[in-house]
Design a protein around this ligand. Structure first.
Ligand SMILES: Nc1ncnc2c1ncn2[C@@H]1O[C@H](COP(=O)(O)OP(=O)(O)OP(=O)(O)O)[C@@H](O)[C@H]1O
Length: 244
């Protein structure tokens, strides 16, 4: 569904990524792990079109999108979440989702959609999908950290993407919310979406991912099933001292 081939990225003389090749298929979840500064966010930025690589190419549904903007990629079915919150704090959860739907072009703006019709139904479905039914009226600023993360997921899903890129979707949330988010993301994958997820919660990645890519110093150290990568000597070396 999405593939990176021979990706390299240099900036200001620094070599951030080198020869990264990987792909994520429909209904597959690829976990992307690696020590701090390994290049995980840079890779997600390149996959989503925020950053253009200096080498290699990105294909989305077999089409070369390397030179396409993130907006064009979004129209072709790619959605992503960011490490930092992308919510409008002064709007309700429902209004945030409504804006995401409108931005995705899935529902042209209509003042009448608020009261009835598919717009309102879609919003409620998305809120239910992230286990937030009944929280539509809550202002984003009043939501718990975990609910903010769930709302961001609902917004990413508003475009009905075929590829979802998640950059640390569980950063800073409570253990209980980690479990909830894990279930939701698993369901998204099971619905056929290709999911690539950068995440520091190792037990989540190893439990949820179909395959795991390990980045280290900008290189792809290993890629394979969770058990394959955790038993890889080079991976253990990279994580020396940390529990895998
Ligand atoms: N725009 C930039 N200009 C220069 N260097 C950058 C830029 N973006 C990232 N880097 C550098 O590239 C390296 C990889 O950064 P990146 O954020 O991709 O790592 P990461 O694996 O996501 O780290 P973390 O787990 O800490 O989020 C780091 O050394 C970072 O300082």
């Amino acid at each position: 569904m999405i593939a990176a081939t021979g990706i390299g990225w240099r900036i200001g003389g620094a070599r951030i990524l080198e020869e990264i090749s990987l792909e994520v298929g429909a209904g597959e979840l690829l976990g992307i792990i690696g020590p701090n500064g390994a290049g995980k966010s840079s890779l997600v930025n390149i996959l989503s079109g925020v950053t253009r690589p200096t080498q290699g190419r990105v294909t989305l549904k077999d089409e070369d999108v390397t030179r396409l903007s993130s907006t064009r990629r979004a129209r072709q079915g790619l959605a992503r979440s960011f490490q930092t919150s992308a919510l409008f704090d002064g709007l309700s959860a429902r209004e945030n989702v409504r804006l995401a739907i409108q931005a995705a072009g899935a529902a042209p703006f209509s003042p009448f959609r608020a009261a009835s019709g598919t717009g309102a139904e879609t919003i409620e479905l998305l809120l239910a999908r992230v286990r937030m039914p009944g929280k539509g009226e809550t202002m984003a600023r009043d939501l718990s950290h975990g609910d903010r993360r769930k709302l961001e997921l609902a917004m990413a899903l508003a475009s009905q993407p075929s590829v979802l890129l998640l950059d640390e979707p569980m950063a800073g949330v409570s253990a209980e919310d980690v479990d909830g988010l894990t279930e939701i993301i698993g369901e998204v994958r099971d619905s056929g979406v290709a999911v690539a997820m950068v995440e520091h919660h190792m037990h989540v990645v190893l439990g949820l991912a179909d395959r795991v890519a390990v980045l280290h110093h900008g290189q792809l150290l290993a890629i394979g099933s969770p058990s394959e990568v955790t038993s890889d000597d080079r991976v253990q070396q990279a994580y020396l001292g940390e529990a895998l």
